[in-house]
Design a protein around this ligand. Structure first.
Ligand code: TYM
Length: 341
């Protein structure tokens, strides 16, 4: 955590969309790292980005349930509402207010380069919502409305955090100010890009039509073990060393998952399992995954039995988030020249 702007107090912000169930990719690439950063002595703010979720159609009842379920996932994984600010985006209107300003700062050319938009909009971009296109400017607002200096994310969000820096730089330049920090993406650890269990060249994703391609945080021990047993591999045993994983995406993915779950480095894992056939390695990985994930999924289920408590936590977090965000929007309006700010 070094390359953030030094003139700003370090502050961590990140978010996850409540647009479906949580996957092992979300857990290892994001939530587990959110929890690690909670203990680092830096203020940590974690959001359930419901306004991002509606850039594609969400059934209202499903959105409510998924928002609570994701919050339950945050809590079950170890985020503590007394040590981090936890809230859902729509309860803090300052995100949308700043996003509008950033819509007027970001350039169409920049948005046109966003690979996630191209992936999500697919061939039929004309039918995509305007919100899906503007999505990265809202993400920049999420981050900059707290003057966040560090954003833990998986590899797939790197381009969006870079755009956030471009927006901050252009705003600062256009208005001759240094109001917004240059936020650093924090993409660290063995599992910054967890791949599909069915195809080592594709990211593990909640939107993949094949449920066998991912481990869901709500999967039970049997489902986890079965998916790992059936995970695609090549016919060779594991290589002896890290270098041997280079051209073996499926093997590399399973070893990375093992490393991220155990907290060991990839080199340590290879020292333990190098040379083993998959028939031996997969049961070890399945046991480890069940050991680490089963307690989280049962805690999630326990939190979900008390939705009123989840709502209370989100509301309380939103109040604390607004206390930070509101003066930033006020100051931004003033810089831009809005009368009354
Ligand atoms: P989302 O909801 O798609 O994913 C949430 C987080 O999980 C990470 N992730 C993965 N990491 C490793 N391997 C995978 N297979 C994998 N799949 C998902 C993502 O990188 C992300 O960190 N635009 C964001 C949400 C967002 C946000 C923000 C993030 C909105 N505003 C501000 C940070 C700061 C998104 O769609 O993430």
């Amino acid at each position: 955590m070094s390359e953030g702007t030094t003139a700003f107090t370090p502050r961590v912000f990140s978010g996850i969309q409540p647009s479906g169930g949580l996957t092992l990719g979300n857990y290892l690439g994001a939530i587990k790292r959110f929890v690690d950063m909670q203990g680092s002595g830096i203020e940590t703010i974690y959001c359930v980005v419901d306004m991002h979720a509606i850039t594609v159609w969400q059934d209202p009842d499903a959105l409510r349930r998924q928002t609570r379920e994701l919050t339950a996932g945050y809590l079950a994984a170890g985020l503590d509402p007394t040590r981090s600010i936890l809230f859902n985006q729509s309860q803090v209107p300052e995100h949308a207010q700043l996003a509008w300003i950033f819509n007027c700062v970001a350039r169409l050319g920049w948005m046109n380069r966003m690979t996630q938009f191209k992936d999500k909009a697919g061939k039929n971009a004309e039918k995509a919502s305007l919100g899906l296109y503007a999505y990265p400017a809202l993400m920049a607002a999420d981050i900059l409305v707290y003057h966040a200096t560090h954003v833990p994310v998986g590899e797939d969000q790197k381009q969006h955090v870079e755009l956030t820096r471009d927006i901050a730089a252009k705003f600062n330049h256009d208005f001759k100010t240094d109001f917004f920090p240059m936020t650093a993406p924090v993409i660290e650890g063995a599992a910054t890009r967890v791949m599909s269990l069915r195809d080592g060249s594709k990211k593990m994703s909640k939107s993949d039509p094949s449920d066998a391609s991912r481990i869901n945080m709500t999967d039970d021990a049997d489902a986890i073990a079965k998916k790992i047993r059936k995970a695609k591999t090549d016919p060779e045993p594991l290589p002896e060393s890290v270098e041997g994983l280079k051209d073996r995406p499926e093997a590399r993915n399973l070893v990375n998952i093992y490393a991220a779950l155990s907290g060991d480095t990839v080199a340590d894992v290879m020292a333990q399992v190098g040379g083993k056939p998959f028939g031996e390695f997969k049961p070890l990985l399945a046991d480890l995954a069940v050991e680490k994930l089963a307690p989280i999924s049962s805690e999630m289920a326990r939190y979900m039995r008390d939705p009123a408590e989840i709502d209370r936590i989100l509301k309380d977090g939103a109040g604390r988030a607004r206390a930070i965000a509101s003066p930033v929007v006020q100051k931004t309006y003033e810089i831009v020249g809005m009368v009354g700010a």
